[in-house]
Design a protein around this ligand. Structure first.
Ligand code: PLP
Length: 322
């Protein structure tokens, strides 16, 4: 819903700028919005575009870490004309990698595109000065989506959309004729003007409480702790015979393989069956992987040790059986 909200604002603004009255005339007959996504975007981007009737996006090639290649974005944008929407990603779910915001947003701007960033867990890197290289340029985007229920560890269902163009956001999500409701005309506006639902529970309360209790430094420490644990898990497992760490671990994600796909699947099943840690199997860049995503605030050195031991002993058991 966070991504959907940013994309809905984008649709409204791009069509308004093209002289199309979306609210009055709907989408049929409107100028086509060309949508560009990284080859490794999260599928919720496609889902949001589908909800909005924007169709299948054009996938821009990604590099070995899953980052969009800005030169390819430029090439693909140059092949057509008309309104364009570019979706970038902060935090690839397999590698943790961040799209090259500086270069990609410069390209997008040159083509007059709206830029949305899916930062489900990666947007939080912006709180940590040491991660400035990962997030450089991200602030220039038009909209961001993120999840407080991931990195901030509040309960599920706390997506956050941040949209620079408040008129576009309110036009896409707000109500126009509800005189029975008390409207906040002077202040920052009401939640129901900026989110898909009218009535909804107070999702902002736990988010506010977590931010209030952690403060800026606490958020930074939490993010740093997650990335630090991932880095230790990656480097310690890289030393174990038979383990391949497939990604550059510079954020919270580690993708592991153990030779062939069958062995990786068997190790994954064994880790899950043993139940000491939770990691999931996935496929990344044509290979089966065991995917580690460090996201719980309480992960400490003991947990890192337990995770390394769980993977190592699962691999040993699979080898002994095989
Ligand atoms: C990059 C990215 N985008 C979007 C999502 C979807 O988030 P949710 O499951 O909270 O809807 C995820 C979930 O892992 C993600 O990693």
């Amino acid at each position: 819903m966070a991504n959907f909200t940013g994309l809905a604002a984008a649709r409204w603004r791009l069509l308004a700028d093209a002289g199309w009255d979306l609210d009055g005339d709907g989408l049929a007959g409107a100028p086509r919005i060309r949508c560009f996504v990284g080859e490794e975007r999260h599928e919720t981007i496609d889902l949001g575009l589908r909800y909005l009737g924007l169709g299948r996006p054009t996938a821009v090639p990604a590099d070995a870490q899953g980052r969009m290649v800005a030169a390819d974005l430029d090439r693909l944008l140059s092949e057509g004309t008309g309104p364009a929407l570019v979706c970038l990603q902060a935090g690839n779910l397999h590698s943790g990698a961040f799209d090259p915001f500086d270069a990609a947003i410069e390209v997008a701007r040159r083509h007059g595109a709206w830029v949305h960033v899916d930062g489900a867990f990666g947007l939080w890197a912006a709180a940590v000065p040491e991660f400035a290289d990962l997030t450089r340029g991200m602030a220039l985007a038009d909209s961001w989506g993120t999840d407080a229920h991931k990195t901030l560890n509040v309960p599920y269902d706390c997506g956050i959309a941040i949209v620079r163009d408040s008129a576009a956001l309110r036009s896409a999500m707000g109500l126009q004729h509800t005189s029975y409701l008390i409207h906040d005309v002077e202040g920052p506006g009401d939640p129901f003007e900026k989110a898909p639902e009218l009535s909804r529970r107070g999702r902002g309360v736990p988010v506010w409480a977590a931010l209030r209790s952690l403060g800026r430094d606490g958020v930074a420490a939490q993010v740093r702790g997650l990335a630090d644990a991932a880095s230790k898990i990656g480097s310690r497992l890289a030393d174990v015979d038979g383990v391949e760490v497939l990604n550059t671990v510079d954020y919270t994600q580690v993708s592991l393989a153990f030779g062939d796909d069958a062995t990786t699947r068997a190790v994954t099943a064994r880790v899950i069956e043993d139940g000491k840690v939770w990691m999931s199997g996935s496929r990344w860049q044509g290979r089966d992987v065991l995917r580690v995503s460090v996201s719980n605030w309480s992960t400490d050195a003991d947990d890192v040790g337990i995770a390394v031991e769980a993977v190592s002993s699962a691999l040993a058991a699979v080898r002994a059986a095989g």
